[in-house]
Design a protein around this ligand. Structure first.
Ligand code: SAM
Length: 258
C-alpha cells in the first residue's frame, strides 16, 4: 500500500481506490508530500545519470516501490542500454506488481526481501544471476530508511550492502529529516506520522548527523548532504525550495579503494 500511495503521489497509474483514499488523507494533512516525492524522483534521475557518467552499469534500488513513473531502469538503460537493475522491496504485492511490469525485461530483476537482511538481498538468485559483484554497483536508498525505525537495523542495512560491493561503488540516500515546525504536527488534523503508523507503516525521522553517519567511512561527494533540489541541480539555481518543505537530507558517497 505504501508503494501504491507513493505511485499516486508520483502521478502513476499503479494504485487502487483504497490507496488513493489513504494518499488523499495524507495530502490533506501534509500537502507538501506530493512535491517532496516528486523532488525525490528528480533527485533519483540526477543520481542515476551521475552513476552512468561514473561508469556504473549495475543499479540496486533498495526499498524500490513499484518501478513506474520514470524509474531507475528507464533512466539508466536510456543512457547505457547494457545497464542491469535490481529492485528490492519487502511488500509482496509490490514485488508481484513490479515483476509483472518488468516481466519482459531481461536486464531487470525484482527481489522480495527486507533490506535489513543483507544475506537475503545479496543471496537472491536474481541478483546473483544479474550482477557481477566484482564490478561497481550504484545503490539507491531513497525514501526508505525512515521506514526502518530501529537504528541498528537501519545502520546494518546500509553497512551490509556497503560490504558486499566493489570499490568505486556508490550509494545515494535521501532520508526525510526534521520537520521544521510543520503545522500538521500541532494542528487538529491527525499527524502524518499517526496516519502512517495507524496503517502499520511507522517511520522515524533522523537528524543530519545520523544521516551522515549512515554513509559510514565512504567518501561523501560534493555538494555533501543537502536538500533534494540542491544536489547537483540541472540548472544553476536548481528548483526552488518549497515553502514549508521538510527538506530531509540527500547525498551520494563512493567506496574508495583503500
Ligand atoms: C516511499 S516508497 C519509496 C520508493 C522509492 N525508493 C522512491 O524513492 O521512489 C518505500 C518503499 O520501501 C518499502 N520498504 C519499507 N520497508 C522496507 C524494508 N525493510 N525492506 C525493503 N523494502 C521496504 C515499502 O514497501 C515501499 O515500497
Amino acid at each position: 500500500m505504501r508503494a501504491r500511495m507513493h505511485d499516486y503521489f508520483l502521478g502513476g497509474s499503479h494504485n487502487f481506490g483504497v490507496d488513493r483514499a489513504a494518499a488523499r488523507e495524507v495530502i490533506a494533512s501534509w500537502p507538501d508530500i506530493v512535491s517532496t516525492v516528486q523532488q525525490n524522483r528528480a533527485f533519483q534521475h540526477r543520481v542515476v545519470r551521475h552513476f552512468v557518467r561514473s561508469g556504473i552499469r549495475q543499479f540496486l534500488e533498495l526499498g524500490s516501490g513499484i518501478p513506474t513513473a520514470g524509474s531507475v531502469h528507464e533512466v539508466a538503460q536510456s543512457l547505457a542500454p547494457e545497464s542491469v537493475v535490481a529492485y528490492v522491496d519487502i511488500d509482496p504485492i509490490t514485488v508481484a506488481h513490479s515483476a509483472h511490469i518488468l516481466r519482459d525485461d531481461q536486464r531487470t530483476a525484482v527481489v522480495h526481501a527486507d533490506i535489513a537482511d543483507t544475506d537475503a538481498v545479496f543471496g537472491a538468485d536474481a541478483i546473483r544471476d544479474l550482477f557481477d559483484l566484482d564490478q561497481p554497483v550504484g545503490i539507491l536508498m531513497l525514501g526508505i530508511l525512515h521506514f526502518v525505525t530501529d537504528d541498528d537495523r537501519a545502520f546494518g542495512a546500509v553497512a551490509g550492502a556497503q560490504e558486499r560491493v566493489a570499490p568505486n561503488s556508490e550509494l545515494a540516500i535521501w532520508h526525510p529529516g526534521a520537520l521544521q515546525g510543520k503545522p500538521y504536527l500541532a494542528g487538529a488534523e491527525p499527524s502524518i506520522e499517526r496516519l502512517y503508523g495507524d496503517a502499520g507503516f511507522p517511520f522515524t525521522l533522523r537528524s543530519r548527523d545520523q544521516v551522515r553517519q549512515l554513509f559510514g567511512d565512504w567518501d561523501v561527494l560534493e555538494p555533501g548532504l543537502v536538500k533534494l533540489p540542491e544536489w547537483r541541480p540541472d540548472s544553476p539555481g536548481g528548483s526552488p525550495e518549497l515553502p514549508g518543505h521538510t527538506g530531509g537530507f540527500a547525498g551520494v558517497a563512493r567506496k574508495e579503494r583503500r
